[in-house]
Design a protein around this ligand. Sequence first.
Ligand code: HDE
Length: 723
Amino acid sequence: MAKASKSTPKPADAGSTAADAKSRDLEQNREYGAGELLTSNQGLRINDDQNSLKAGERGPTLLEDFLLREKITHFDHERIPERVVHARGVAAHGYFEAYDNASQYSKAHFLQPGVRTPIFTRFSTVAGFRGSTDMARDVRGFAVKFYTQEGIYDFVGNNIPVFFIQDAIKFPDLIHAVKPEPHNEIPQAASAHNTFWDFISANPESMHMVLWAMSDRAIPRNLRMMEGFNVHTWRLIDAQNKSRFVKFHWKPKLGIKSVVWDEALQISGKDPDFHRRDLWDNIEAGNFPEWELGVQIVEEEDEFNFDFDLLDATKIIPEELVPVTIIGRMVLDRNPDNYFAETEQVAFHPGHVVPGIDFTNDPLLQGRLFSYTDTQLTRLGSPNFHEIPINRSVAPIHNNQRDGHMRQQINVGKSSYAPNLLNNNEPRQAKQSEGGFVSHHERIEAHKVRARSKSFVDHYSQARLFWNSQAEIEKVHIIKALRFELGKVEAESVRQRMLMQLSLVASELASRVAKGLGLDVPSADGVQLNYTLGADADVAAHQSKPATGNEAKSDALSIENSPYNKKKSVETKQVAILAADGADGATIAALTKALEAQGAVAKLVAPHLGQLKVKGGEALPIDFSLQTTASVMFDGVYVVGDGQTLAQQHDAVHFVNEAFRHCKPIGATAAGQALLSEAAYGGAKDILSSDGVTIGDNGTEQFLTDLATGRFWNRELSAGPKV
Ligand code: HDE
């Protein structure tokens, strides 16, 4: 039985627990039209909003028509600028709950034992416009707004733990390079084009992130099954005001799952809202997505114990060096009421912190601290964006900031300055003991320089660590992705330069990519590969050497081997039950029951919509026709019958053939087998004898095991020439 979703709170029950403090707060702004009379924005009851005021039924419209003018004027101004990056997103409400061990590292109130804090989490793609596809190959934004009792804390992260650049000043270059090319605005939501790879090939610090972006991490199966990271090293400050360095992680309870590239391409056409729909539907069904918050803690005195710099955002801390400690969990349990008001208007900022969390000198982070407020001024149009309900803190706000567009707060009294003795000098400053934020007392003694630290210079070793850590199928996917992306690059000089860069990560990687491009790997000896230094910089001193640490691996970097992906479960996985009229009704019922008992979702797919006429029982409602869905929407397929009839349907044959090629589990009853025989062509010619394919009338249990396993990659590894 699905748990009840909290998606549309009614006035009476909106917000009953501490974690619902934000929901109660939003209730002041909710509008429920049901049962009400139509009014203008001034509260005037409207008698007719379907016909404008005219001089005669066929005459001209009158300027006097204030209702027409109000309705059209409001409409004309409905759009706001979309985010310059992360424009396409989807969000949900929920709560964060701290475990007992969190408070030893941070004094933040929301990290104290058992405290539940309302949150609002927005996931996004980076490059595409607001109307682009969910399934683009891209980094996913992972931003969490915590409505804490000490004010807003924003965790503004990604699903990849490193970034393309080390210094914020390069961000406009990176984004200009990846966005559609300026002369013709092609391509949409894609990095596979000249300008992106031109930039990357001359910017070796991107090499680590590029491998993550070419891996299956960049095409997640859904947003519920991906990790989140805050990329930079931050500080946690404990109750004694001791500072420690920290890297934050979100670990998904259901493990990490991705799709294959061919699937992603098809999903983009068949359902561009695939991720958004999945998140919405699962929350509505009560399958609340959940992540645990993990921290890697480094004591201040250990700052320089690594062969990379903690302030360099192109580096991870391998979990073998510093393990992840789990300190809390986040649950998403309520869909927004209104996309624009909440998901579009939410404004995140890494500079929104609370006592117990502080910044480091990571030059990427430092630049972000400027950018996020600045961008909201363009996007939301006023310095009062913090008053928009979704952005509003549940902790009270008292200060001397005043006025501006759309001001909501009505500040009472004469004084709007400090010191003011007319108003007792209030609101007064909070002592640290009263929760006043005091920046970490970091000692800094330095020359003012415009330069990059030499400790940031090794660009290839962690890229190699990532490459080494991948399972063979993941390596194959990275190679195929690079062949695709570089294959779309028209300038051969860019392909050549990329091959040189890849050769410094791992020669095997470069040569396998080169084979697909029909090129030899050029020698990088003596070639300038780094164009990212100032005009007077010492280029030789900043020359990154080929990767070191030849054999080192880290399982957490691989999806296949990750310790966070060990759970074998069918929970929320989608199975297509393929059937035609005349199929056995009892078999469909038993299969559906067995799948649902373990938390999987069964959908009946047939050649037509409406009711399926079954043998022995009442007709069954069909969820999808073969024309309204496709195998790429599902995690597995079960053919119940009648196979002979289905084998006549090209769409059914393709459905099974494709599911096989995408390495998904397939089941067929004896009556369904004929469809599999028909689908045994091309890359699926071994379908009747392959792992992950169960044929016969007692196969449900085996199918469930296969569904929990996920994908049967041997099929891809053994099909066609070696990649
Ligand atoms: Fe952002 N980023 N970013 N970013 N970022 C924005 O802020 C920026 C970076 C991230 O769902 C913008 O409100 C700079 C890293 C997410 O609303 C903007 C730099 C990480 C979101 C901006 C970075 C992120 C944004 C655009 C380099 C992962 C979406 C709209 C110094 C740790 C948040 C907005 C949401 C959004 C600037 C790099 C994550 C322009 C200058 C690294 C998840 O301010």
